[in-house]
Ligand binder design. Structure first.
Ligand code: MG
Length: 390
């Protein structure tokens, strides 16, 4: 059965707190949504993956999935249902027989759950993973007062992925446009289909609060503790001053009484950082990947170089543990720009700012940096790689 996974990441996560939608939060060094997508990418029964995102999250999404081979994302609508419908309509050209609709904020879905949903879908129009309710359920009456006890045996908790025949669920979603239904199974029920439950798992939590995120991190750490190795790389770069009115350092343009000479944008900070990252995975240096003799890199923004080095790390299943850049110059003053530089590097790498250090020093007016002939930068990067990586 040709199967597509539709991963829904259009939510704003207003219950989560903080600025970052929960599906992009850092979970053991990787955004939540990347964990989720990777489960489906690795599953042999899933032929195609489409992700629906919020229109404001394009940049977040790009860095979260950097290096993964995915279709371009589809933009979501005002409500979850609109987002799912947009995604289903975009899947028409893929023409799957079955579709698995999954919350991006459920990164710990077990491959066996996907198997179970697909197996039951052979004889059903819709299948969802469900869990029993162990707590006794009470009705709320007035204030703190409770009403009667609800029979929990007649109730289950619904999870995702929810599996459907593609044609049925597309038609059901189109027919229910404008109505508010809580999940895709409810949309199918409204269209008269019978939904079947298969066993879910307690681990397949939808991350809604910071506590959920912390518990999930513990859960994943427990599973993966012995499977990582750490590597470190260093980088060093120098660019000389020339006539000009601004310099680009760590992706930030700073007005200055001189410019920096170089083939690209001469971003000494990002060059040192790129070399450190390449060093950590023994992939040569920036000149090997972007030869100065190649005219296409003339004036190039250096975030391209850093993103390329990062994609080589991601291809190996690696993540950056932390990075540290030191800029060496008398002027311009780096201090006022440090936080912006950290944030910019975080954007380029999809990395939490707490893993990014930018600092600066002078050389007490000694040497070429002391004479303000140029700027030097050194960088160190630590990466975490799957232990089987060679
Ligand atoms: Mg350079």
């Amino acid at each position: 059965m040709k199967t597509a996974a539709l991963i829904v990441a259009g939510g704003r996560g207003s219950r989560f707190g903080g600025d970052l939608p929960k599906q992009y939060a850092d979970l053991c060094g990787i955004p939540v949504i990347r964990h989720t997508i990777e489960v489906f990418l690795r599953h042999p029964a899933v032929d195609d993956i489409l992700v629906v995102i919020h229109p404001d999250d394009l940049e977040l999404y790009r860095s979260a999935v950097a290096g993964l081979d995915l279709r371009p994302p589809v933009l979501g609508g005002a409500e979850r249902q609109d987002s799912v419908r947009n995604g289903l309509e975009a899947l028409v050209e893929v023409a799957p027989e079955a579709v698995l609709i999954h919350d991006a904020a459920r990164p710990a879905v077990a491959p066996a759950t996907i198997d179970g949903v697909l197996a039951a879908l052979a004889d059903a129009a819709g299948v969802i993973p469900v869990l029993p309710i162990v707590d006794t359920l009470k009705q709320r009456a007035d204030g703190d007062q409770l009403g009667g006890t609800v029979d929990r045996n007649s109730l289950v908790r619904a999870q995702t992925p929810q599996g459907f025949r593609f044609g049925d669920v597309l038609a059901a979603h189109q027919a229910s446009a404008g109505k508010t239904l809580t999940d895709d199974a409810a949309v199918m029920e409204a269209a008269g289909h019978v939904i079947v439950g298969v066993p879910g798992t307690e681990q397949n939590v939808k991350i809604t609060t910071n506590d959920d995120l912390a518990r999930m991190a513990q859960q994943l750490d427990g599973q993966t503790e012995m499977q990582w190795e750490y590597r470190t790389g260093n980088g060093y770069d120098v660019h000389r001053f020339e006539a000009g009115s601004e310099v680009t350092i760590c992706g930030i343009v700073i007005p200055h009484s001189a410019g920096l000479a170089g083939h690209s944008d001469a971003d000494v900070g990002l060059h040192a950082l790129t070399d450190a990252l390449l060093g950590a995975i023994a992939e040569g240096d920036i000149g090997d990947h972007f030869p100065p003799s190649d005219n296409q890199w003339r004036g190039a923004p250096s975030d391209l170089f850093l993103k390329h080095a990062h994609s080589l790390l991601l291809e190996r299943g690696g993540v950056i543990a932390n990075l540290d850049v030191t800029l060496i110059c008398e002027a311009p003053k780096i201090g006022p720009h440090r936080q912006t530089m950290r944030a910019r590097i975080g954007d380029i790498l999809g990395l939490d700012i707490g893993r990014i250090s930018v600092k600066a020093t002078t050389t007490e007016r000694l040497g070429f940096t002391g004479r303000s002939e140029g700027i030097a930068a050194v960088a160190t990067v630590s990466v975490r790689l799957p232990a089987e990586f060679r």
